[in-house]
Design a protein around this ligand. Sequence first.
Ligand SMILES: Cc1cc2nc3c(=O)[nH]c(=O)nc-3n(C[C@H](O)[C@H](O)[C@H](O)COP(=O)(O)O)c2cc1C
Length: 345
Amino acid sequence: MSATEPVVFHNALAELCGISSPIFLAGMAAISGPKLVSAVSNAGGMGIVGGLRAAPRLLRRWISETRDQTDKPFGVNLVPQFGGPDVFEAQFHVILKERPPLLSLFYAEAYPEMISRAKDAGLKVMVQVGTVGLAKEAVARGADIIVAQGSEAGGHMNRGTIALSALVPAILEVAGHRPVIAAGGITNRDDVRIALAMGATGVLVGTAFVATHESNAHDLYKQKIVDATADDTERRVGYSFGWTYGTPHRVIPNKDRWNVLKHIGGGARAIDAPRLARKLSLYAGQGVGKVAGVMSAADRFAELAAGLPHVTASSAQQVDFQMARARAMEMLTGLRQTAPDIASS
Ligand SMILES: Cc1cc2nc3c(=O)[nH]c(=O)nc-3n(C[C@H](O)[C@H](O)[C@H](O)COP(=O)(O)O)c2cc1C
């Protein structure tokens, strides 16, 4: 499929977010900037700005630069655990002022009121979690979309001990009518097919988009992803730039024997010195072995979109089995609560 051929898979998630295909770019700190975000949104998916390391002024600039490059919906990712309450409140003010269509939250459990504050301002709120308990909490607090983050995922994980194949069905059980997005190790059309077959309504992709021309990653980092095999990532709980010590994360470890910086998990940016990029252990998911080259974000998107059921806009309403399944599960949950015997018979 060519990058220009439009793919439309207009399911409940796509409808909720106003996008053509339910493929989401992970909001990756420093890596997902305006160029990459707008490229994914222009391709028909949901680009998400990585807001984590961005001071309020930079965040505002990135939102404005994204708007200059696309008129399609996009989101912003924030991680309140990183930086603490004051930094987060300042970033959140930018969000309330700029009102991107989607707020993506990660490690936000200690800030429950953020979901309702963002929703009151008209934003859709997506929360990424790696356990059923955290998913239940996000649902109770009003999240519109849950991202099931499997232990395959690159970067930080919340909590990253459950594989996607076990996590997606378990989170579907507690998500009610809310769309559940699969994240972790998804790099190509086959992965997308598998994720949808498990019941996910869409996918969120990080590592495979790091290895695109538009990402802010250092060239050495992109090449390391291309060169890596499935054996080459490691789940760690040591130090990673700015995060609370012990927060799990997945990296391609730097194996240099005498290099002290190899203990630091990071995401080297194009603006970092090559010396630093060469010495860090770099964030990446278990799908690295399937990333064969650096390409444009539109080509990466087209590859992923080839795994979606290929439908035209006019036949879209016939394929929304994901929405029907979610509704059926919600009815069943209601029945279980009111008439346990009937529902289980
Ligand atoms: C380089 C990199 C940076 C990341 N930064 C963030 C971040 O700032 N906020 C966040 O919510 N998730 C972040 N993640 C995790 C992603 O949201 C997502 O769970 C992960 O990329 C999915 O797995 P995959 O990398 O195998 O596609 C990051 C992932 C990577 C690879």
